[in-house]
Design a protein around this ligand. Structure first.
Ligand SMILES: [Zn+2]
Length: 307
């Protein structure tokens, strides 16, 4: 009876998330929507509460949601949920008591292999939501649970359960994709918010035409997906920045490459690129969010060497 109720609530929650994420391009849901949740047999079932591990009242024993809060760059994270080298998420216990009812509930979810929802904060009040996720390990010594985030996608690719090296390799590959998606989506959301969804060069304000550019590229030791290493740019200016046609000096002055500056062509070249030469980059108001001059300087040097 309880088992039946439990699985019906989880199924309804997954349907709710499927319907809600169908309406958004980036699979990012606002806190208010998740906290409000959905109706089940005349009862409201929220998906989030102030606690990281959350069991709505309708469920008898096991939590429904686990959450990692967004931490503003520079703030200390209250919990350090990380993805291990095995590609699995380590989710921190509630507090330090393995016997706390939230921890007991997650352990039960592990023993019964009950699917959960993972909400990963990418911005204040915004979450990338993954489901179903499963608790696959419990480490009282480290006060963490191990969470598999890709069983669903994994299942779509073929057989599940075999524990051979090919399976492990595929799992790592998919988890890297999930991890990258969480990072990239978070980066985009934060950069868009910091730049109030404007292109830093031309101030275009159509979010669907804007992208979050890295100043120091992904793979560079300092190429982290953080706001001071980011720029909100429209597609044209992002491409021009990546192609070294448009450069940004550490003092935020924009330069158009000399050969392109001298070219004679139509209005797109003139108004889209040449007129921004010696113009000033439009940057966020908050000093912490401005592009870091050291990053711009290194990027500028990288491209000077290349050209
Ligand atoms: Zn632009």
């Amino acid at each position: 009876m309880n088992t039946d109720l439990d699985s019906r609530v989880r199924t309804a929650a997954f349907h709710f998330l499927e319907a809600e994420t169908r309406l958004v391009a980036d699979k990012v849901l606002p806190h208010a929507l998740l906290a409000k949740g959905f109706m089940f047999d005349g009862q409201r079932v929220p998906l989030l509460s102030p606690q990281g591990i959350f069991k709505p009242a309708v469920l008898p024993e096991m939590p429904l949601t686990i959450r990692t809060k967004y931490v503003e760059d520079g703030e200390a994270a209250p919990y350090h949920d990380v993805i291990g080298t095995d590609g699995l998420l380590r989710y921190c216990y509630r507090g330090t008591d393995p016997g706390h009812r939230d921890n007991v509930g997650l352990r039960l979810a592990m023993q019964r292999q009950v699917p959960l929802i993972y909400c990963h904060g990418v911005l204040a009040g915004r979450y990338v939501v993954e489901w179903p996720v499963f608790i696959v390990g419990d480490s009282p010594g480290e006060l963490t649970f191990t969470v598999n985030m890709d069983e669903h996608r994994f299942a779509l690719l073929g057989e599940v359960g075999a524990n051979d090296s090919e399976t492990d390799g595929r799992r790592r590959y998919i988890t890297r994709q999930v991890q990258q998606r969480l990072h990239q989506e978070g980066f985009r959301q934060r950069v868009m918010a910091a730049y109030l969804a404007h292109c830093a060069v031309c101030r275009l304000r159509h979010e669907e035409l804007l992208e979050a550019a890295h100043i120091l590229p992904d793979g560079h030791p300092q190429g982290h997906p953080v706001i001071p290493n980011g720029l909100s740019l429209c597609k044209l200016h992002h491409a021009a920045f990546d192609a070294n046609i448009l450069r940004i000096r550490p003092d935020y002055e924009i330069e158009i490459r000399l050969d392109v500056l001298k070219e004679i062509d139509g209005p797109m070249l003139k108004h889209g690129l040449q007129e921004f030469h010696r113009g000033r980059l439009w940057t966020p108001h908050r000093p912490l969010h401005k592009p870091k001059p050291e990053f711009l300087e290194e990027r500028y040097a990288m491209f000077r060497d290349a050209s």
